[in-house]
Structure formats: structure tokens, C-alpha cells
Design a binder for this molecule. Structure first.
Ligand code: ADP
Length: 302
């Protein structure tokens, strides 16, 4: 197969590994900078180009769209879909997963465990939001934040009110969540490929840090997940319509709760922590889905 990895940087670990595994499996793989692509949205003949080359010979794409480039990146993925090219993650599913609020709403509808999560526009509702979360401590999250930036733990009612009012004063959209204390500053990242968790790691935040993000100094180790955690992760990816997903769970007293479903999960942390060939699993799964010109459109929400 001819495979294109849509990525802005060929030197990134995840991009390199996918390229390596695709070539090792006998495919003709290349990295394409999606921001350099341009498209012709014409009746009957949608097409896409890069540097005057028409990309009409690609059988499958693996999108690695940066959070800040979602709009153009998903337009490129959609254009490939219009041309019948197979995509590991569909454009709709990527857009859906980029909206934290919409993702949680979709997951809640299907009974997936979630931390109590509240949302309001009017600051007059602040007291009620905190109450709905069971009172302080609560976690306040900027909807647009990534990698733990804009995620604040407030220990008291007063602190929670001040932070909510400050964020809302700046017109930022925020979620207010019950603080899952028993997670002890750790979360579980499940790497879902198709309907399987192919690798899972536990990320533990540094001393005195409730956020476990590796970018914030968290440490990752191999973890054995429970059947409930496995089922929750697979279900969450399925609900989002993602073939490849990084599902983040917290271990709460009432079972696994989903915090986020990521459509471009990094491979370095999880391959190093688990010793598993995650990139290879992605390529294998893609082969089974896209082989023989079978151009399946993925991305429907379950
Ligand atoms: P981001 O998308 O910016 O990484 P997250 O919502 O994943 O933000 O939060 C970052 C980290 O903070 C999580 O990985 C988790 O360790 C911690 N965290 C987030 N929400 C909660 C919560 N409700 N209870 C306990 N810890 C939380």
C-alpha cells in the first residue's frame, strides 16, 4: 500500500516510528506536511496536491494533526476521504475529540464513567457548579488547554470561586470537575487500536503535583489494567469514532473514569514504558482495514 503519514515534523518520534514500521511491513510510506497541501474542491473530482504533485495514488493516511492546526488539518483529512482514501482516524472523529466538552457529552450519553463535570456561562452559577461537584476541592479546566496547562486544583470553596470568576472574567470557557483524590496524582493512558487496548501505561505526577502529564514531569510505567478499564477505553474510542486513540482514565472509587480521548496519541512515552511495538500494531490494524482497495470511511460516532 501507499501510505502517507500526515505530520508537520518527520523528526518526531511518533512520525518516525510509523514510517519505520510501515516500510518494514513492505509498504511505500512517506511523511506529508499537511499544512503544505492544497486542495481543489471540484464536483466529481476532488483532489489534493503538495508542491504541484497530485496526491491521487495514496491508499491510506495516518493523520497526526496538531491541536492548534485542527481546522486546516481536518480539512485535508476530509479531502482525502472525499477521494476515497482510507484514514486511520476520520476527520469528523478528530474534530469531535478536539472538543473536550462535546466529547464528555457524547461519552456520558453512553454510560461511560466520567468524573462529575459541570459547565456554565453565567458566573452566578459558580456556587451551584461547585455544589454539583460535591463541594471543594474541585478541578477547574480551560476547555482549550492541552498538556495539563490551564488545569487547576482548588482546595477550598473560596479559591474555586475566585479561579472560576477570574477565568470567566477573561471570557474563557471552563469545566468544573469533581477532584478524584483517590487517583493519587496518577492516570492510565490506554492506547486503543481498533477494538483492542494494545498498550497501557500509568503516569504518575511529580511530588506534590496532581497532574500526571509527562510534559509536566510525570513518570510513566507499564501497568496491568483491569477488564473494566479495558472495556471503558475501547468503548470510549468507539463512541468517538476513532480507530486509533489514547484514552486517559483515572482510577476512582466508583471505577474507571475517562478524562480525555486523544486522536493523535504520542507513541514515545508508551513504547518506552511498555516495550511494546505500538506503531507496528497500528500498521497491522490499518492493513486489515484498508487492504485490497477496501476504502472504508471511518469516523462515525457510535
Ligand atoms: P490536559 O488535556 O491538558 O492534559 P487533563 O484534563 O487530562 O488536561 O488533566 C491533566 C491531568 O490532571 C490529568 O492527567 C490528571 O492527572 C489530572 N486531573 C485532571 N482532572 C482531574 C480530576 N478531576 N481529578 C483528579 N485529577 C485530575
Amino acid at each position: 500500500m501507499k501510505i502517507a503519514i500526515l505530520s508537520r515534523n518527520p523528526d518526531l518520534y511518533s512520525t518516525r516510528r510509523l514510517l519505520e514500521e510501515a516500510n518494514a511491513a513492505g509498504h511505500e510510506a512517506e511523511v506529508i506536511d499537511y499544512l503544505k497541501c492544497y486542495m481543489n474542491i471540484t464536483t466529481q473530482k476532488p483532489s489534493i496536491y503538495i508542491r504541484e504533485r497530485e496526491l491521487n495514488d495514496i491508499d491510506a493516511i495516518i493523520p497526526r494533526i496538531g491541536a492548534s492546526k485542527t481546522f486546516f488539518g481536518t480539512a485535508v483529512v476530509r479531502q482525502f476521504e472525499m477521494m476515497g482514501t482510507y484514514s486511520v482516524n476520520g476527520s469528523d472523529a478528530i474534530s469531535r475529540s478536539r472538543d473536550k466538552l462535546r466529547s464528555l457529552q457524547l461519552l456520558s450519553r453512553k454510560n461511560v464513567g466520567l468524573p462529575v463535570t459541570t459547565f456554565a456561562h453565567d458566573t452566578k452559577a459558580t456556587g451551584s457548579l461547585i455544589k454539583l461537584c460535591g463541594g471543594a476541592p474541585v478541578v477547574i479546566k480551560l476547555l482549550e488547554g492541552t498538556q495539563g496547562v490551564g488545569v487547576v486544583l482548588t482546595e477550598t470553596q473560596k479559591a474555586a470561586e475566585s479561579v472560576i470568576e477570574a477565568f470567566r472574567g477573561l471570557d474563557a470557557n471552563i469545566l468544573v470537575q469533581d477532584f478524584v483524590k483517590e487517583a493519587n496524582g496518577a492516570d492510565i493512558r490506554c492506547l486503543v487500536v481498533g477494538d483492542k487496548v494494545v498498550a497501557a501505561m500509568k503516569r504518575q505526577g511529580g511530588e506534590g503535583e496532581f497532574r500526571s502529564n509527562l510534559h509536566r514531569g510525570g513518570a510513566a510505567t507499564l501497568v496491568k489494567i483491569t477488564p473494566a478499564e479495558r472495556a471503558t477505553a475501547v468503548m470510549a474510542a468507539k463512541i468517538m469514532g476513532l480507530g486509533l486513540a489514547g484514552v486517559d482514565l483515572l482510577r476512582s472509587n466508583s471505577g474507571p473514569v475517562v478524562m480525555e480521548v486523544n486522536s493523535s496519541p504520542g507513541l514515545e512515552g508508551i513504547e518506552v514504558a511498555t516495550g511494546k511495538n505500538v506503531a507496528g500494531s497500528i500498521i497491522k490494524w490499518m492493513e486489515s482495514k484498508a487492504a485490497n482497495g477496501n476504502k472504508i470511511q471511518r469516523g462515525k460516532s457510535y
